[in-house]
Structure formats: structure tokens, C-alpha cells
Design a protein around this ligand. Structure first.
Ligand code: SAH
Ligand code: SF4
Ligand code: F3S
Length: 473
């Protein structure tokens, strides 16, 4: 996989063993695009493929199988996949000329949205698998080996997680001390700009028992911080041990009891699904980190209505106040779209005003991108590209200032830092602050996984600097 390369397990065989000599060893290269759910899925696919003798590689050249785990959220994201497939076609040809086979698979949201079309546009592709059918990937690869081109995106109400293997402790350990855990998939909200309900399907919540089992395995493998994932994670409502329904708040209270699991997070949430229990969890649970990603998309009620967000700007602000009252040190984050069809200067100013009032610690903002099949694509009054670009620039400048202000406000504070991975310089370790900032500190590699007390000493472009708090006294 290409994400977090430093955390990948080292190959368990010597590099010159297991060549294509009839032995079972093969290499898979997975390129992950898009959101954290894809990052998580890539890991699960890698674990499923390990059963068939595939080991992960960072080097596409030596791969027997290349998987592109794709994203369809904006036009650019989907285009990237086709240009990568063009390059892969050349590589596949070159390899074939020297007698080596390379299979190519497309997974993720482009696979689900475009299915057969990918085979037509990209002749080098062998398999296309949608996000709900990853448990059938090994089978699809076997069929592809027999010369078939396979598209498998059809699914009923089956649970892929019931069929995907969990990695053993040794492998988890090699991946690091923080981990994602998908608890919810799909979305029923149908915001008019968004492809997710079409690519990931309708909302499904994993049951409590499955989640607890996986969380325990992660902790046994040395994980200290788990981020629960879902396209709409706070809509999670899984079946409890006696069949009763739990809310995300209930789940967090239960996870917080797991010994050794020091930190919990969840993402991404919808404002409509922030219930009282979840806000109480922010008030009560020390393990629940003071960080919340709660996208609002726009500050204009007219645009929020056209987006089918089903909340107003004022409702969002009230919610933010309640959350801040429950957890005063919470860092708030959000997503914004500029240039949604019909957005006027006035609507955009309302977004800037809302940002000014909330004071975000972190935020993501995008130009509206028309997605085929969504209601937004059919709306009149599409906003010209240059206006979108200009608005995005203004919004991003404001959001960047807020992030800098937030980071600067941390200087001088003593905080808990989870030591996560080696830094760029020798002797340096990168840690994670409670507010999801990357913090550089001088520490030993053997301390990775520890939570230490540090004093923030300064800010950089994308990270902060700290020293051991004890060094001060
Ligand atoms: N489930 C999350 C977001 C999922 S997509 C939520 O409800 O907020 C992540 C972000 O991508 C969205 O929050 C939105 O800001 C952005 N996005 C989604 N569709 C988009 C589109 N068509 N054009 C531009 N940005 C988009
Ligand atoms: Fe997309 Fe999020 Fe809206 Fe669902 S709630 S449709 S994932 S933006
Ligand atoms: Fe992209 Fe699919 Fe995630 S469209 S953002 S990979 S849910």
C-alpha cells in the first residue's frame, strides 16, 4: 500500500525467495485514493489477499497484482484513476514482453459507479470490484487468472466484514499504534451534490460484537488510538449483545472500558445525527479525544436547502455551542463546498460569516464538482469556474488563518502526546496531539506507543514542535 508506508510489515521471506517458480509467493501493490474508509478497506483487502500468498509491496514494478482503490467524490479524483490506468497498461505490456504477468484491479467508488465502463475504457483491467464485495476479491482474481475479465459490484444485504479475515497481532503491531475501524458504511442522506449514497449504498451498521472483537484485536496488537469510521458515522446504530439497538454514544462508552485503549475518535459526522448521548460522551469520556469533524458545507440556508442538508446555519451554530459547552477544549473541524449551483455572493458571504463565528481548528474546502447522476448536476445556475476558484481562495485563506491561530494558541501548553512513528530527522518522533495535530519531539523509537507529557514550543507549516515537559523543571 502507498499510505503510511513506514508502517507496513517487513516482508517475511527473503526477497529472492518465492519467485514465480511455482511457489505461492506473490506481491500486491495497492494504491489508495479518497477517504479514510478506503485506507481501512485497503488494509482489509491486503489481509484477505495474504491468505492467497500475496504480500504487500511498495514497488509497483515488482507487483504481480496492482489494485487501484478509487474515489469518485469529485471529477478530478475519478480522472486520476483513468490516467493511472493508462500508465499501468504500458507497464503491463512491458512486463508481458519479459514473460511476467501483472494483473490489474480497480476497487472502490469508481469501480462501483462505473463498473463495466472501466473494462471498456481501460483494456488492461482484469477485475473491477465494488466496496461491498471485497470478500469476493480472491475469487475474482482466480477467475481472472483463467482469462476472464470480472466485474463484481452486485451485492444484497450481505456483510462483507463477516467474511474478511482480521489480521493477527504481529501484523497489526507492524502497522502502528493508531488504527481505523469502520463501523458504518453507506449513507441515506442524499445531499444533492454527493455520490456516496450511490457508490457506497445505503446505511449499514456493524453489530457491537463484531466491533468489540476487532477493537480488542487491535489493542492486543499494540494499538492505542482507534478512529471509528463511517460515511455518516454518527448515524451508526448497531445491534447490541441482546439484540437491542445501541447508538454511537453507547458504543463509545463501551469501547472506553477496553484496558489499554487510550484514545478514541470518530469521523465523519452529520449535524442531524449528533444526539444527546454522543454529546454526553464528549463531556464524560477522557478517552474520547476533544476533536470533532462536523461538516456544514455552507453558511447559507438557501444553499443548505438546495443541498438537502436538512439543517440550517443557526441549528448548526447551536449544536456547536452545545458541544463546546460539553467539552470546552474541543477542536472543531468541517468541510465546505463553494460554488454550489445558485450560490450568490451573498450566500458565500454567509459561509464566511459562519466560519468567522465557529473558529475552526482545521477544515477542508472544495469547489463544487458536478457528479453524474446526482440532482446537483441537473440544477440550473451552475457557477462559473473562475468564481468558484476565487471564492475557494478567499475561504481557504480564512480557514488557514484560523488553523494557524489555533496552532499558535497551543504554544506553551503542556499536553498529552501519543508517540506515533519515526520523524524525518534522526532521534525525532512524530506524535499525535489530542487535537489531531502532528507534533515533533525528540524521543526514542522504543517509546512509540507511549503517551507522554510534552510542552509545545513552536509551530511549523504542517506540524508543531515540543519538548518533554519534565525537561522544563
Ligand atoms: N459524509 C460526510 C462527507 C463525505 S464526502 C458528510 O456528510 O459531510 C467528503 C466531503 O467532500 C464532503 O463533506 C464535501 O465537502 C465534499 N464533497 C462531496 N461531494 C462533492 C462534490 N460534488 N463537489 C465538491 N465537494 C464535494
Ligand atoms: Fe454525502 Fe455526507 Fe451527504 Fe451522505 S451525508 S450524501 S456522505 S455529504
Ligand atoms: Fe471517495 Fe468513496 Fe470515500 S467517493 S471520499 S472513496 S466514500
Amino acid at each position: 500500500m502507498t499510505q503510511d508506508s513506514a508502517l507496513l510489515p517487513a516482508p517475511e521471506i527473503a526477497p529472492n525467495e518465492g519467485l514465480r517458480d511455482g511457489s505461492n509467493s506473490r506481491k500486491v501493490f495497492i494504491k489508495t485514493y479518497g477517504c479514510q474508509m478506503n485506507v481501512y478497506d485497503s488494509t482489509r483487502m491486503s489481509d484477505a489477499l495474504a491468505r492467497d500468498g500475496y504480500e504487500p509491496t511498495e514497488d509497483m514494478e515488482e507487483a504481480d497484482l496492482v489494485l487501484l482503490n478509487t474515489c469518485h467524490i469529485r471529477e478530478k479524483a475519478a480522472e486520476k484513476v483513468y490516467s493511472a490506468l493508462g500508465r499501468l497498461r504500458e507497464m503491463k505490456k512491458k512486463k508481458a514482453a519479459s514473460g511476467r504477468e501483472m494483473m490489474i484491479g480497480v476497487t472502490g467508488c469508481v469501480a462501483q459507479a462505473e463498473g463495466e465502463e472501466i473494462l471498456r475504457r481501460a483494456p488492461a483491467v482484469d477485475v473491477v470490484i465494488g466496496p461491498q464485495t471485497y470478500h469476493r476479491l480472491p475469487e475474482a482474481l482466480r477467475r481472472a487468472k483463467d482469462g476472464h475479465r470480472v466485474v463484481d459490484t452486485e451485492y444484497a444485504l450481505e456483510d462483507k466484514f463477516e467474511h474478511l479475515p482480521l489480521a493477527e497481532a504481529k501484523k497489526i503491531r507492524a502497522r502502528g499504534v493508531t488504527s481505523f475501524l469502520t463501523v458504518q458504511e453507506g449513507c441515506d442522506k442524499f445531499c444533492t451534490f454527493c455520490v456516496v449514497p450511490y457508490t457506497r449504498g445505503s446505511e449499514v451498521s456493524r453489530p457491537v460484537s463484531q466491533i468489540l472483537e476487532e477493537a480488542q484485536k487491535l489493542v492486543d496488537g499494540g494499538v492505542r488510538e482507534i478512529t471509528l469510521l463511517g460515511q455518516n458515522v454518527n448515524a451508526w446504530h448497531g445491534a447490541g449483545p441482546n439484540g437491542e439497538e445501541w447508538s454511537l454514544g453507547d458504543l463509545l462508552y463501551r469501547l472506553a472500558e477496553i484496558p489499554g485503549l487510550a484514545r478514541l475518535r470518530y469521523t465523519t459526522s452529520h449535524p442531524r445525527d449528533m444526539d444527546d448521548r454522543l454529546i454526553e460522551a464528549h463531556r464524560d469520556l477522557r478517552a474520547l479525544m476533544p476533536y470533532l469533524h462536523l461538516p456544514v458545507q455552507s453558511g447559507s440556508d438557501r444553499i443548505l436547502k438546495a443541498m438537502n442538508r436538512r439543517h440550517t446555519a443557526a441549528e448548526y451554530m447551536t449544536l456547536m455551542e452545545r458541544i463546546r459547552a460539553a467539552r470546552p477544549d474541543i477542536a472543531l473541524s468541517g468541510d465546505f463546498i463553494v460554488g454550489f449551483p445558485g450560490e450568490t455572493d451573498e450566500d458565500f458571504e454567509a459561509t464566511l460569516r459562519l466560519v468567522g463565528e465557529v473558529r475552526y481548528a482545521q477544515a477542508f474546502s472544495f469547489k463544487y464538482s458536478t457528479r453524474p447522476g446526482t440532482p446537483g448536476a441537473e440544477m440550473k445556475d451552475q457557477v462559473p469556474e473562475e468564481i468558484k476558484a476565487e471564492r475557494l481562495e478567499r475561504l481557504q485563506a480564512l480557514l488557514l488563518r484560523q488553523t494557524q491561530e489555533f496552532n499558535e494558541s497551543c504554544v506553551g501548553k503542556t499536553i498529552d502526546l501519543l508517540l506515533e512513528k519515526p520523524g524525518r530527522l534522526p532521534g525525532q518522533i512524530i506524535g499525535r496531539s489530542p487535537w489531531l495535530q502532528s507534533v515533533n519531539v525528540d524521543a526514542k523509537a522504543s517509546q512509540i506507543g507511549d503517551i507522554i507529557n510534552v510542552r509545545i514550543t513552536g509551530t511549523g507549516t504542517n506540524s508543531l514542535f515540543a519538548e518533554f515537559a519534565e525537561a522544563e523543571v
